[in-house]
Design a protein around this ligand. Structure first.
Ligand code: DHB
Ligand code: FE
Length: 295
C-alpha cells in the first residue's frame, strides 16, 4: 500500500519564477513569501516522498477555450515544461509515475469520474514554480509526478463539492495501489486574485483565511460556496482554490496543519503556502519540529 504522507498547498504566481531566476529571495518584497517555504523544504527533505500527485490548472498550454476538459489526468512517462509567455526559464522534463497514473485513471473511471486521459501533457508555471520552490536549483527532482488538471478557467467550472469528491477518489486509488512509494499531494494556485477587468487586483483576506482555517480540519466547509460564489469571493483566478480543495480530498479524512504562510501581495495575488501532514504520518510520532510561520 502506498503511503500518502502529506500535502503542499501553494500559490503559483509566475513572477516567483523570475524572482528565483534573478535570485531575489532575500529582497524585502520577496522574503516574506520565500520564508514560508523553509519548513516545507525541511519537511520534504525529512519525509523524502517518491511521487507527487499534483492538482493544478492548465493556463493555455494544453487546453484552450475551444476544448476544455473538466478533469484531465496525465499518463506520460515524462512531461516537458513550457512557458506560455511569462519569460520564465524552461526546466528539464519531469519524470512521470506512469504506472501509477494508469492505476489512478482506471480507479477514477471505475468510480464514475469521466476524466480526460493525457498521454502527453506540457507542464506550465502551475507546477514548475511550486517544484522550484520545494526543490530549488532546476536539477533533477527526487519525485515522479502524476499531474491532475482541473478546469478553473472556462465556465461552467466544476463545483467545489465535485472537486473534493475527485480528490477523495484519487486518495482511494492511492490507498489501493500496491506499490510502497511515499506520496506527497500538491494543490497549486490561489489564493484570492483577479487579473483582469474592473476587479483586477481584487483580494479577499476574509475568504482566504476561511479557506486556510478549514483546509485541514473541515474541507467540506469549503464546498458550501458554489464555483460562481468563489469567483465572487476570491476573484476570477482565485477560483484556483478548487485545486486546493481536490488536493485536500486526496489526503483522506484527517490531516494536521504543520505550517502556513500568507503574504499580500505577490504580483496580483494573495500568496499562501500551507503544509499538511496526514493523520497516519503524524500518528507515527515522527512529527517534525518545523517552525510554524504565520504571515
Ligand atoms: C498571477 C497569478 C496566477 O495564478 C497566474 O496563473 C498568473 C499570474 C499573478 O498574480 O500575476
Ligand atoms: Fe494561475
Amino acid at each position: 500500500m502506498a503511503d500518502i504522507i502529506g500535502g503542499v498547498f501553494t500559490s503559483h504566481v509566475p513572477a516567483i519564477g523570475n524572482a528565483i531566476a534573478k535570485q531575489r529571495q532575500q529582497d524585502p518584497y520577496w522574503k516574506p513569501f520565500f520564508d514560508g517555504f523553509v519548513p516545507v523544504r525541511r519537511w520534504l527533505a525529512e519525509r523524502a516522498p517518491d511521487v507527487a500527485v499534483v492538482f493544478s490548472n492548465d493556463h493555455g498550454l494544453n487546453f484552450f477555450l475551444d476544448k476544455m476538459p473538466t478533469f484531465a489526468v496525465g499518463a506520460a512517462a515524462e512531461y516537458r515544461n513550457g512557458d506560455e509567455g511569462w519569460g520564465l526559464p524552461v526546466y528539464a522534463p519531469f519524470p512521470g509515475a506512469q504506472a501509477l497514473s494508469w492505476h489512478i485513471i482506471d480507479s477514477l473511471v471505475a468510480d464514475e469520474f469521466d476524466i480526460t486521459t493525457c498521454q502527453e501533457m506540457l507542464l506550465d508555471h502551475a507546477i514548475s514554480i511550486p517544484f522550484e520552490l520545494c526543490w530549488p536549483g532546476g536539477g533533477p527532482r527526487p519525485v515522479k509526478i502524476v499531474p491532475v488538471s482541473i478546469n478553473t478557467v472556462q465556465h461552467p467550472l466544476p463545483s467545489p463539492k465535485r472537486c473534493l469528491a475527485l480528490g477523495r477518489a484519487v486518495g482511494r486509488a492511492l490507498q489501493a495501489w500496491g506499490g510502497a512509494e511515499k506520496i506527497v499531494i500538491f494543490g497549486t494556485g490561489g489564493l484570492s486574485h483577479q487579473l483582469e477587468g474592473k476587479r483586477a487586483g481584487f483580494i479577499n483576506k476574509d475568504y482566504d483565511r476561511f479557506c486556510m482555517d478549514h483546509l485541514a480540519s473541515d474541507p467540506d466547509a469549503m464546498t458550501r460556496h458554489s464555483a460562481l460564489d468563489i469567483v465572487e469571493l476570491a476573484g476570477s483566478q482565485g477560483v484556483e482554490i478548487l485545486n486546493w480543495i481536490a488536493a485536500r480530498g486526496a489526503l483522506g479524512e484527517t490531516a494536521v496543519e504543520i505550517s502556513r504562510n500568507y503574504h499580500i501581495p505577490i504580483s496580483n495575488t494573495a500568496a499562501a503556502t500551507m503544509l499538511l501532514e496526514t493523520a497516519e504520518t503524524a500518528r507515527r510520532g515522527e512529527r517534525l519540529e518545523v517552525e510554524a510561520f504565520v504571515g
